[in-house]
Design a protein around this ligand. Sequence first.
Ligand code: TYM
Length: 345
Amino acid sequence: MTRKSNRIFSGVQPTNNLHLGNYLGAVRNWVRMQKDYECIFCVVDLHAITLWQEPAALRQNTREVAAAYIASGIDPDASIIFAQSQVSAHAQLAWILNCVARLGWLNRMTQFKEKAGKNRENASVGLYAYPVLMAADILAYKGTHVPVGEDQKQHLELARDIAQKFNHDYKVDFFPLPEPVIGGPATRVMSLRDGAKKMSKSDESDYSRINMTDDADTIALKFRKAKTDPNALPGPESLDERGEVKDEALAARPEAFNLLSIHAALSDASLSETVNRFAGMEFSRFKGELTDLAVAKLGPINSEMKRLLSHPDEIDALLRKGAQRAQTIALPVLRQVEEIVGFLH
Ligand code: TYM
């Protein structure tokens, strides 16, 4: 990536609690990028209402995600932090892109299938069109790189397809094709109760995830109760020659490797270093070490979030300022798109 021509865009939905997966898979990686690139980080409240949200809770969660960004180390002066609904270009561009995206493309989206569940007829139209809004989020800023967790990969491929089809249909070289940035040992943090399921805000068991608002005792309790297997921790025999976990080892002990990946990410180590370090240790001891590490890393973020959230007016003002800055980038892009499409000005 070269410094000047790149623009980073990413976002988190303000639904329920922000958890360790969101932090390790996304937000933490953003903190590093803001030093070298122009960054725009959005609290995607338009996305949140694709599933029912209690209005008061949505407001609170929007502030909470903004507070988590800042407490994690995003500098609101260096980067742009804002709420999606405060920049109307997102919804306006999404409509135009709805007319570019194809039904067949959306029909392939696995996250819609998961979220709509069995009762698909009753899912909102917004939930179905959601990936197009996500493409609009990025393309309204001509975003070039999008740091996300593994689960957003398919949506980003769709964003690229939409950008490409727009350029092709209108015979322009207008939108860059945004590239996913998915890396590190924790691109897919799994549930603490079931190593086959992703850690998620919507899991009904709170024991399945570490929330960014959990205190030290809760973190300790959740790791203590985390599902494991009866054996000691795996060692180097589980790694291939590139230092990656062998497929069969991962399939046999998903919970063990999930906890190891969390430790690796929190301690800025690679997974292979972490596997070698804890090879043969009893889970009870390892869980104690993991708890100490998580509390040391998340504790300061947790207390800074609390401090920020005790001044909601300041967060609201900061988001409004961010929206104004975002608008100065997105509006000219939208105007150009309208021109390309043939709307009068
Ligand atoms: P959301 O709110 O579900 O998640 C926010 C970010 O956290 C990552 N993530 C995870 N990473 C690792 N392990 C997990 N268990 C885990 N769970 C979530 C997600 O990959 C994501 O990076 N559609 C997006 C929000 C969005 C967006 C955008 C992102 C809207 N517009 C434009 C990038 C660019 C979403 O629902 O993320």
